[in-house]
Design a protein around this ligand. Structure first.
Ligand SMILES: [Fe+2]
Ligand SMILES: [Fe+2]
Length: 160
């Protein structure tokens, strides 16, 4: 996982996380810092191991998960969809960490798809990220349940 560790140490990744942490300080709902990336990485990789015929390399899945929300701060500042912003910001980071062109294309596509309906014929990585994005959250104990547009009773049952 050397390239993922390199990614987490990259000054731009650290800078984006700091911006997001700052902008989400008063946020009632789920936050999108390092912990969210790690949770999505673990859940999406577990999902792939259990459910997919084609398992992507762990580094590819983890890199995509850690990067899928790095454009959140852009969305807060400009209104641009953060899936697109995250993919754009992820490209130079992935190049700097020596991911292959093929892996980069898979990761950017997965990031772009992570907000879509998982049943919507997504790439395997996009589907795993979209599902893990919900399953990686502790909605059952969240104090903002009644205010959250994403919350429904089904989410109280989700344990992954
Ligand atoms: Fe997101
Ligand atoms: Fe997310």
């Amino acid at each position: 996982m050397a390239r993922v560790n390199q990614l987490l140490d990259h000054e731009d990744y650290i800078c984006y996380m700091e911006k997001i942490n700052g902008l989400e300080k008063e946020r009632l709902f789920c936050k999108h810092g390092f912990e969210h990336g790690l949770n999505v990485a673990r859940v999406s990789y577990a999902y792939m191991l259990e459910n997919r015929d084609v398992i992507l390399p762990k580094e590819v899945v983890y890199a995509a998960a850690f990067l899928h929300d790095i454009g959140r701060w852009v969305e807060y500042q400009t209104g641009e969809d953060h899936a697109e912003a995250s993919a754009r910001l992820a490209l130079p980071l992935l190049e700097a960490c020596r991911f292959s062109l093929e892996d980069i294309q898979l990761i950017l596509q997965g990031i772009r798809e992570h907000r879509r309906n998982p049943a919507d014929n997504l790439t395997p990585l996009g589907e795993a990220l979209a599902l893990a994005d919900d399953w990686a959250r502790d909605c059952r104990h969240c104090s903002a349940q009644t205010l959250c547009y994403k919350f429904n009773d089904e989410m109280k049952q989700i344990m992954y």
